[in-house]
Design a protein around this ligand. Sequence first.
Ligand SMILES: O=C1C[C@@](O)(C(=O)O)C[C@@H](O)[C@@H]1O
Length: 254
Amino acid sequence: MKTVTIKQLEIGVGAPKIIVPIVGKNEAELIDEALFLQKIDFDVLEWRVDHFTQVDNILAVKQVAKKITDLLPNKPLLFTFRTANEGGVKPWPLSSYIQLNKDMACSGLVDLIDVEAFIGDDYVEDIIDIAHNNQIFIVASNHDFEKTPPKSEIINRLKKMQDLGADIPKIAVMPQTTDDVLTLLAATTEMNEKYAIKPIVTMSMAGLGVISRIAGTTFGSAMTFGAAKNASAPGQLDVNQLRYILDALYLNHR
Ligand SMILES: O=C1C[C@@](O)(C(=O)O)C[C@@H](O)[C@@H]1O
């Protein structure tokens, strides 16, 4: 079955599950965002830890992860350090990125970790092994903020993530034309129907690609990002509007 279940949330069936990023710079801002989210209807919380100024202090990272989980205990927590190469805010050595993810993979404090798929196969596999030994799921990711690669290339990248052992392969690309949006949607459908053994997540970014963020059940993307207080990438819809639209499109499948 192409599903992954975390804290009773079954990813890969029905409407796309809504992930909301939090991007606070410090503990107070993050707690503010988490408190705000207590009143919002969404499915998965993403902590974009590259925005956190104390990210190089692992104790501080763990403490805040615990506080966030205590405020939203039923929501799976996706831990993401997005590197500057792929749209993140903080240039950071690869060794620090790997160490952070390994530390969190055995922390028991998060449910999913985003690992960028092209940092080197050995590194990715290492983090995946540690995470799986600790019952933590891996979202493998890749972002192109400039362009949309050809369909075959998008599919190859998603396949590679799956082959590396990721639980949820994910790709975000930038469209320059309407055809680029169609390319992303066609790649999603083909991957999902022919090759995927896991739920996949895809999006075409910015205004031109916004249709891809609401049409996941139709084309085969299992999750979608919506913004609460702050967006973490171009094209994210407000989470309440996103839920409204997904309900209108897919309520019977939710
Ligand atoms: O990978 C992604 C997808 C994303 O870039 C988006 O386009 O919605 C937003 C990021 O926060 C997340 O880590």
